[in-house]
Design a protein around this ligand. Structure first.
Ligand SMILES: Cc1cc2nc3c(=O)[nH]c(=O)nc-3n(C[C@H](O)[C@H](O)[C@H](O)COP(=O)(O)OP(=O)(O)OC[C@H]3O[C@@H](n4cnc5c(N)ncnc54)[C@H](O)[C@@H]3O)c2cc1C
Length: 407
């Protein structure tokens, strides 16, 4: 990070915006950094499976995510650990056929291509993907896809999309959708625009896509027909831990910058570090970040030792906690930097813009809180039921899990 990432961070972010386009997944400066990382074996660190990745547990990889989160735009790309490629690689490892692995997974693992995940639609609530409308119909051995997506992050310069589409409209809500692998150069895959997000529309983009009679071979179905929600859930648990630990790394860097500025900037006869308002910013940030880190590592450890299902409550909690802590800490760090903090001369403003999405994407805060509360209520209801019947209360059956858009 110190030798290769921080020194070129600002240039690399500019180059991502300027150079990425169809056929160019990474700018030259990142191609060079990525080659060094790969040569040193700092590559595909996220895959718990030794055959393809580093073989780390979720908590072990979480520690590395924190380091990468200190430079959240450049570092994950440098180590071939950036979303949505990471989630797409995980589901291809678990659900891909041999042919799909050769065509889509191998070049992703090698770092030759990028991919994107195409689920959210402008017309319906992404918080509740049972309402998805984009249709895929099987016609003469091919899936014909018609529909409208947006916020397909990274589609500009990607090689293929994992599209979540309705294949069985009459099936029960959670078995209506499937995942289909769609090469970006396929006729009928129309990239309309990079949606401008908080004044930024460069680089890989958060793209609006029209699928217009987009025909792909039947063999491009990923996993079972109707298994879209099951596969989406598979990529959510680890993905959320990665996002949260990166957010903690960003917050940690913001605290460091806030302290450096507070020590060096003088105002009203002394350093900002002597002002109690600023001390409160620093102390509160330190307490919040340490709490969020422990909670996130606990969720990762629970997933490693008890499985994804048992870790669900902790994973929902960290998604809300880490997303809010990083925004609060960045806001304080910007405040202490004054106008400098608002400028793009430090990484703070860019990190603020980049991290804000965490409170919305992968399930907005409110949806996670709804699920957390439902599980608690369900547990209480089970305890009451058991007390009445004289039985031992278990952990409580899980309430219906609202599906959240997955990246
Ligand atoms: C920067 C960014 C990148 C993204 N990348 C991708 C991507 O790569 N692929 C992809 O498919 N999608 C992506 N998304 C989309 C993201 O997953 C959705 O935005 C998210 O699922 C919310 O859906 P929505 O935007 O339709 O909001 P809506 O579902 O319309 O929700 C709007 C708001 O309503 C409130 N709300 C919703 N449900 C409840 C509830 N039950 N109780 C209380 N309040 C509620 C919340 O405040 C929520 O923020 C990305 C989004 C952003 C911002």
């Amino acid at each position: 990070m110190e030798e290769h990432c921080y020194p070129v961070e600002a240039d690399a972010i500019g180059a991502i915006d300027d150079e990425v386009k169809p056929g160019v997944p990474y700018p030259q400066i990142l191609v060079e950094i990525r080659a060094k990382a790969k040569e040193q074996g700092l590559w595909n660190l996220f895959l718990p499976d030794k055959e393809h990745g580093a073989g780390l547990t979720n908590w072990e990889y979480g520690i590395l995510c924190e380091q990468m989160g200190r430079s959240p735009i450049v570092a994950p790309m440098a180590f071939n650990c950036a979303a949505p490629d990471t989630g797409n690689m995980e589901i291809l490892v678990d659900h891909g056929t041999a042919e799909q692995k050769e065509r889509f997974l191998r070049p992703l693992l090698e770092g030759e291509i990028r991919s994107c995940f195409s689920m959210t639609e402008p017309e319906v609530s992404g918080s509740d993907p049972t309402t998805l409308q984009t249709r895929a119909e099987l016609v003469d051995g091919a899936w014909v896809i018609n529909g409208h997506k947006w916020f397909t992050s990274g589609a500009n310069g990607a090689d293929f999309a994992v599209a979540m589409v309705v294949t069985d409209p009459d099936a029960p809500p959670y078995t209506r959708a499937s995942m289909i692998l769609v090469p970006i150069d396929n006729p009928g895959f129309e990239l309309i625009r990079n949606v401008s997000v908080m004044g930024h529309d460069g680089g890989p983009g958060h793209c609006e896509i029209r699928y217009a009679d987009c025909r792909v071979p039947e063999a491009n179905l990923l996993g079972e027909r109707g298994a879209g929600f099951v596969i989406a859930q598979d990529r959510l648990g680890p993905g959320r831990i990665h996002h949260c630990m990166r957010a903690i790394g960003t917050a940690e860097r913001a605290i460091e910058m806030m302290c450096e500025r507070a020590n060096s900037r003088e105002s009203f006869g002394g350093p900002l570090a002597d002002k109690q308002f600023v001390q409160d910013f620093i102390a509160t940030s330190r307490m919040e970040v340490n709490q969020a880190r422990l909670l996130t590592l606990y969720a990762a450890w629970q997933m490693d030792t008890e499985g994804k299902r048992r870790a669900r409550q902790a994973i929902s909690m960290i998604k809300v906690v880490a997303a809010n802590v990083v925004m609060d800490v960045l806001d304080r760090a910007i405040q202490v930097h004054g106008s400098l903090g608002m400028s793009d001369d430090t990484p703070l403003a860019g990190m603020w813009r980049f991290m804000r999405m965490l409170r919305v994407a992968d399930g907005p805060d409110e949806v996670h809180k709804m699920v957390i509360a439902r599980r608690e209520l369900n547990r209480a209801a089970k305890r009451a039921e058991a007390a009445e019947g004289g039985e031992t209360a278990g952990d409580g059956a899980a309430p219906a899990e609202p599906a959240q858009a997955a990246r």
